[in-house]
Write a protein that binds this ligand. Structure first.
Ligand SMILES: Cc1cc2nc3c(=O)[nH]c(=O)nc-3n(C[C@H](O)[C@H](O)[C@H](O)COP(=O)(O)O)c2cc1C
Length: 185
């Protein structure tokens, strides 16, 4: 899994009694277009997970390449409200914080929650959406680092022939196995 690039999001909520909460997450996935549904996978032990279960609402902010500092702040031990000092935040329909500079913001009501081991899979009914222009690229995370897309023509092509056993390194074999498993190629 560590070889796969993932989009970086900040999942937020606001408590009914006041207070904003949010964390950085890569475990986010689209589920259905009709009705518009997505899911996030949050560790039970996070403050944000507990607050979302309480408030019944959350927003998924898909970070842009220029939002790396926001990703770092929302994965840090800073107190929840202080994290929102970085970035410009707004609300759409549910009252969950939506980031102005993000590639996209999905404002959701909690539809269902599934507990799996240490995590909760939280399904969201999308109530409102905000998108940046197509020229804004997403922030990616892979191998413990943040990054972005390269233009296809700037990536040197490397072809390996034969079976997995002929691959040059364990790393290459793992990369191929991950890609096949996740349907990337
Ligand atoms: C790149 C990256 C991706 C992360 N993805 C997730 C995730 O998908 N789910 C999750 O529960 N935590 C994830 N985390 C960890 C949380 O961001 C981190 O534990 C956060 O400080 C929790 O904050 P809270 O307890 O205030 O809610 C990720 C961290 C990083 C740096």
């Amino acid at each position: 899994m560590r070889h796969l690039a993932a989009g970086v999001c900040v999942i937020t909520t606001s408590a009914h009694g006041g207070g904003r909460f949010g964390l950085t997450a890569t475990a986010v996935c689209s589920v259905s277009a009709d009705p518009p549904t997505l899911l996030v996978c949050l560790n039970n032990s996070t403050t944000t997970c507990k607050e979302i279960l309480e408030s019944g609402r959350f927003a998924v902010n898909v970070l842009a390449g220029h939002d790396q500092e926001i990703a770092q702040v929302f994965a840090s031990p800073l107190p929840p409200e202080e994290r929102f000092n970085t970035g410009v935040w707004d609300v759409l329909e549910t009252g969950s914080p939506v980031l102005n500079s993000a590639v996209a913001g999905f404002d959701c009501l909690v539809k269902d929650v599934v507990q799996v081991a240490t995590h909760r899979i939280i399904l969201g009914d999308i109530q409102a959406l905000r998108c940046a222009g197509a020229d804004v690229s997403p922030l990616l995370y892979a191998r413990g680092n943040y990054g972005g897309f390269l233009a296809a023509e700037s990536i040197p092509l490397r072809t390996t022939h034969g079976s997995l056993a002929n691959l040059h390194s364990a790393e290459e074999a793992q990369f191929l196995e991950d890609g096949l498993h996740w349907g990337l190629f």
